[in-house]
Design a protein around this ligand. Structure first.
Ligand SMILES: Cc1cc2nc3c(=O)[nH]c(=O)nc-3n(C[C@H](O)[C@H](O)[C@H](O)COP(=O)(O)OP(=O)(O)OC[C@H]3O[C@@H](n4cnc5c(N)ncnc54)[C@H](O)[C@@H]3O)c2cc1C
Length: 414
């Protein structure tokens, strides 16, 4: 029996375990830093808001680990993994030996240096990455917390702010940059969301704001002080300032933020050590090399890695790059790159769309408006259509054979 260690029990790890279960000749051990079965992280804000229960977030079926014949070590974090010695030291004190490994440990929250010690020091300063974070914030809300400060207006911060809109709490989002959703939208595109955000009675948005201090008393944050003197009294603070690939436990691993480089078989430079999901740096649909960020990429990469562990020669397609945030009644979305050599603005159906070009090829779309309109533009990026064909696509004269919906009812703007 070949001994396979899977580090991480998220989308990538679970999919790999499912794939290996259908192969003969492997004994699979899966370790997870968390004590719970695999769950769906993107529903964490809805769990906090009481729109979902913990059971709704289940990714693994009840009894699935036993069915898969996986030795699942819940709450056993890998502290050090040596690719050379083929050993992993667990937080339980045990050392596991393995023949092959899949690193599927996801990402860890990035916390600005000034506040690094706060989550450990203050019980009401939280991250929004793990199930426990969400359950804790939910508990605070149930106990009457009503003034929530979210640090960071990125996707996770805004999803949480939006999820809380009917929760009877007041939310202040503090963002150092000039606009929200900076990794998805250029500032003037994000500004199109202002009318929607102004309707959010529960929400105060402080952009271009620097936090001077978070003042704590008896192990609880009480007030966030901005450098312009603004004081924000708070019952809980959520730090949502981004994530980085979780590679710190790898001996001779990459530098912080870099992600594990893998080939198209999802194998790292160390033979027999594979990686998948948010922990990797991999080729994207537009030909760049970026760290992982999407569940669907993680799942596919986990499957491809497992097939290769089992001796196949499977190749992984480039990562899809895209995000959507729903701010009812509109969505903000990005597919592909937001920077290139040129850009052009369009009215696409009922939406505003900015298309990014690299040379003549469309390599990215930013959209504010109706989700249906995005469906027509996504293929333009996936197929990197030439600039001159874009107008035909938007006017319905070009059918990419994928999603004609937008093309049927849109007119060109620029
Ligand atoms: C609030 C939120 C909203 C999101 N929204 C979306 C969305 O709408 N669409 C989308 O595609 N993606 C979304 N994502 C991102 C998506 O969840 C990730 O891309 C996906 O979960 C990555 O899967 P993964 O298997 O690589 O890592 P994860 O799902 O993060 O799993 C990592 C696993 O590794 C374990 N682990 C970590 N360190 C260790 C260690 N040292 N030893 C052992 N185990 C370890 C963790 O406990 C966890 O089980 C969102 C994420 C969050 C937090």
């Amino acid at each position: 029996m070949e001994r396979v260690l899977i580090v991480g029990n998220g989308y990538a790890g679970l999919q790999a375990a499912r794939t290996l279960a259908s192969k003969e000749g492997f004994s699979v051990t899966m370790t997870s830093a968390e004590k719970c079965p695999a769950y769906i992280p993107h529903l964490l804000p809805e769990l906090v808001a009481g729109k979902k229960e913990a059971a709704d977030l289940s990714l693994a079926r009840g009894g699935e680990y036993a069915e898969l014949k996986v030795d699942f070590r819940a709450g056993a974090q890998v502290m050090t993994l040596s690719a050379e010695k083929r050993t992993a030291l667990l937080s339980t004190g045990e050392t596991l030996s393995f023949d092959k490994a899949l690193i599927a440990a996801g990402a860890i929250p990035y916390v600005p240096q000034d506040f690094e010690d706060l989550p450990a020091r203050c019980e009401n300063v939280l991250l929004m990455k793990r199930l426990l974070d969400a359950l804790l914030l939910k508990k605070f809300l149930a106990q009457g917390a009503s003034r929530i400060v979210i640090v960071g207006a990125g996707r996770v911060g805004m999803l949480l702010a939006e999820a809380l809109k009917e929760r009877g709490v007041s939310v202040t989002v503090v963002e150092i940059g000039p606009e929200i959703l900076a990794t998805m939208l250029q500032a003037d595109v994000a500004a199109l969301l202002h009318p929607v955000l102004r309707e959010r009675r529960h929400l105060r948005l402080c952009t271009g704001a620097r936090i001077e201090s978070i003042d704590a008393e008896n192990g609880r944050a009480r007030e966030v002080r901005l450098s312009d003197g603004t004081l924000l009294p708070c019952d809980a603070v959520v730090i949502a300032t981004g994530v980085a690939p979780n590679t710190g436990f790898m001996e001779n691993g990459p530098a912080y933020g870099e992600g594990l480089s893998v080939d198209h078989r999802m194998e790292t430079a160390a033979s027999g050590i594979y990686a998948a999901g948010d922990v990797v740096r991999f080729e994207t649909i537009t030909g760049r090399s970026e760290v992982g960020q999407l569940a669907q990429n993680a799942r596919l990469q986990g499957e491809i890695a497992a097939r290769n562990i089992a001796g196949e020669k499977a190749l992984c397609p480039p990562s899809f790059i895209g995000n959507v945030v729903k701010l009812d009644p509109v969505i903000a979305a990005r597919i592909g790159d937001i920077d290139g050599t040129d850009q052009a603005d369009f009215r696409a159906g009922r939406s505003f769309a900015r298309v990014t070009f690299a040379g003549h090829a469309a390599v990215g779309v930013q959209l504010v408006g109706d989700p249906e309109d995005l469906r027509g533009l996504a293929p333009a990026v996936l197929k990197k259509i030439p600039r001159e064909d874009l107008r035909d696509l938007l006017q319905g004269r070009l059918d990419l054979g994928l999603a004609p919906l937008l093309a049927a009812r849109s007119h060109s703007w620029a």
